[in-house]
Ligand binder design. Structure first.
Ligand code: ZN
Length: 162
């Protein structure tokens, strides 16, 4: 089996059996990303605990196998890590896809499977979509409004009411 076959098999496995698929019922932060080039959509929901660890993460979405497999791998990797660690991982993965270097060692070996995508520049955006969406989610979380008390919450808008 060639490396290319193995990569294809790993990507296909994550695409057909996505890890952490679905939506969290009460996420700390939720966000979606869109890749207009090939119509990929990724929706992330995260549970972030008081010590800034990602306690749980789910993704939903539709699109090409690269985007969905990348999201599946990513959720496996970042779960349980701190936001600082995750931001560093996002940055290094992004750089590895841009610079034709191998994936950073501290990331799961499976991410190597995505490095083959670099031969198809149009697909790099597919592989990066979940990661950029995650980075935006963390930004949203870091810049969220401070928790209000009950009275103030009732005075706010009702866009998130059931
Ligand atoms: Zn795509």
């Amino acid at each position: 089996m060639t490396t290319e076959d193995l990569s294809r098999e790993i990507i296909l496995d994550h695409y057909q059996n996505p890890r952490n698929h679905g939506r969290l019922e009460h996420p700390t932060v939720a966000n979606r990303g869109h890749n207009p080039l090939c119509g990929d959509e990724i929706e992330l929901s995260l549970l972030i605990d008081a010590s800034d660890h990602i306690g749980d993460i789910r993704f939903a979405g539709r699109g090409c196998s690269i985007s969905q497999a990348s999201a599946s791998m990513m959720t496996d990797i970042v779960k349980g890590r701190t936001l600082d660690e995750v931001e560093a991982s996002v940055q290094r993965f992004t750089q590895s896809m841009a610079n034709r270097q191998s994936a950073p060692a501290e990331l799961e070996a499976e991410l190597d499977a995505l490095q083959g995508v670099k031969r198809y520049p149009a697909r790099v955006k597919c592989a990066l979509l979940p990661w950029t969406t995650l980075r935006e989610s963390i930004d949203l979380y870091r810049h969220r409004e401070p928790t209000r008390d009950g009275a103030d919450a009732l005075a706010g808008d009702c866009s998130d009411a059931p």
